[in-house]
Write a protein that binds this ligand. Sequence first.
Ligand SMILES: Nc1ncnc2c1ncn2[C@@H]1O[C@H](COP(=O)(O)OP(=O)(O)OP(=O)(O)O)[C@@H](O)[C@H]1O
Ligand SMILES: [Mg+2]
Length: 312
Amino acid sequence: MEYAIETSNLKKYFGDIHAVDGIDLKIPKGYLYGVLGPNGAGKSTIIRILSAILYPTDGEATVLGFNLRKEASEIKKRIGVCPQELVIYPRLTARENIHLIAQMHGIIKKDYKERTDDLLGRMNLLDRADSLSKTYSGGMKRRLNVLMAVIHEPELLFFDEPTAGLDPQSRRVVWDFIKEFQERDCTIILTTHNMEEADDLSDELLIIDYGKIIAQGTPSELKGKLGEGDIIEFKVRDPKNRNEIIERAKSLSFVRWGKKLGKHRIVINALDGLRRISDIMDVVKVEMEDISVRTNTLEDIFIDLTGRRLRD
Ligand SMILES: Nc1ncnc2c1ncn2[C@@H]1O[C@H](COP(=O)(O)OP(=O)(O)OP(=O)(O)O)[C@@H](O)[C@H]1O
Ligand SMILES: [Mg+2]
């Protein structure tokens, strides 16, 4: 298999902060690779290292066959980066912003003019293409930020939380846009803390926490690791005896595991949990403020591994 990105023991330390702490990756060409993790996990730092913006503290990486330490300029020519923080010139229109990036990449006018309008249309920005971008809403700016990463048709794309802060409809527009690049065999690295996004788009994904990989695989492999069963989550009025409550629940043969979550919650994984919810209530014998049942999600893997949510 050919890899777009290979890293070994990649690290980035900022003083005492181990933002990226020994990451080994092999990302096959043409994959959409999701990077899922909570705030501060190191997602953006990984992207900034792999897109040759930040120099790693330690470790090695090859991007599109080029050595990250020695051949950064070759890498930069071939990639597109949509950063988490918007990088848009507020006094230029959307069209001018994209043209500027195209010129920086040395694309000739005839090519970029047509391509720009096509891109603006696909992101529903055509009717505002000639207004100054400082007059755009947050969601419009974010969609423009995505377009600016792709005008030069790179073979490797980094999207750092491209859908953060978008309404559901705009989010879908961006997802469809990204999927088109996936169909064209681009390699895409996408960070998110939206588990539906990671689940729906990723060919393979990485869950990271404190700069380390805590799980890796296809979405179904990862969910499969949790095994069958439903997730039952409830909030207890008095959080003191949560360990005992979990032990009582685990005495039931169909309960696979239980975890404390946050200050007041308990999460239980139970086979056929929906039907057996009254059996569970009978043994846990606790006053609940609310209760919900769902099938396994990627977030439950994170809860299982860390006892925390991806997003609080
Ligand atoms: N330039 C910097 N100087 C010092 N610390 C930094 C710097 N950049 C990142 N960090 C720290 O490194 C850690 C990882 O940050 P990073 O931005 O990679 O997280 P993230 O997973 O992208 O989070 P988010 O979901 O909030 O975007 C954090 O603790 C952050 O404070
Ligand atoms: Mg980030």
